[in-house]
Design a protein. Structure first.
Length: 158
């Protein structure tokens, strides 16, 4: 699924490290703000499940963004390879399929990137995933009720 033909990666340059830190800094700040919000909410007696779930979901989202930013330099071809894998699974180019197809493929590409990145974090390498993974991810995106109901998607014409 992922490219084997890429040359080995060199160490990061000072400019690349600065860029990475520039991207990570705001993400860490948002994560710390979320943790502070959760602590303050608890101290004020906040115990309702819905609000707590929203706070935790926000923290999980920011943590995932941080993990993706931190792993990006080590896997610079991930986005391109995931886009190619999803397009192959779809069997249609986004331009041929229209805006709905293009959006679904973009969401599937992002989700596939998350799956592979989380897999690496839990010691499952990309080559260990089944070959059907891109098609499964794309199928999940196409069948997701919330994605179908999203106003952007609902307003698109096939």
């Amino acid at each position: 699924m992922l490219s084997d033909d890429e040359s080995p990666l060199n160490d990061l340059s000072d400019e690349q490290v600065q860029k990475l830190l520039g991207e990570i800094g705001p993400k860490v700040k948002e994560l710390v703000e979320g943790v502070t919000l959760a602590i303050d909410y608890y101290k004020e007696g906040g115990y309702d499940r819905e609000t707590w779930n929203r706070i935790c979901d926000g923290l999980a989202h920011e943590a995932m963004n941080l993990m993706m930013a931190l792993s990006a330099p080590a896997h610079p071809y991930l986005a391109r390879d995931c886009e190619r894998a999803v397009r192959e699974a779809a069997g249609i180019a986004p331009r041929e399929g229209g805006m709905r197809e293009a959006l679904q493929q973009q969401v599937a590409k992002g989700l596939l990137m998350y799956v592979l990145t989380v897999g690496r974090q839990t010691m499952v390498e990309p080559e260990e995933w089944p070959d059907e993974l891109p098609a499964g991810v794309l199928g999940a995106v196409r069948g997701a009720k919330q994605i179908k109901a999203d106003p952007t998607m609902a307003n698109l014409r096939d």
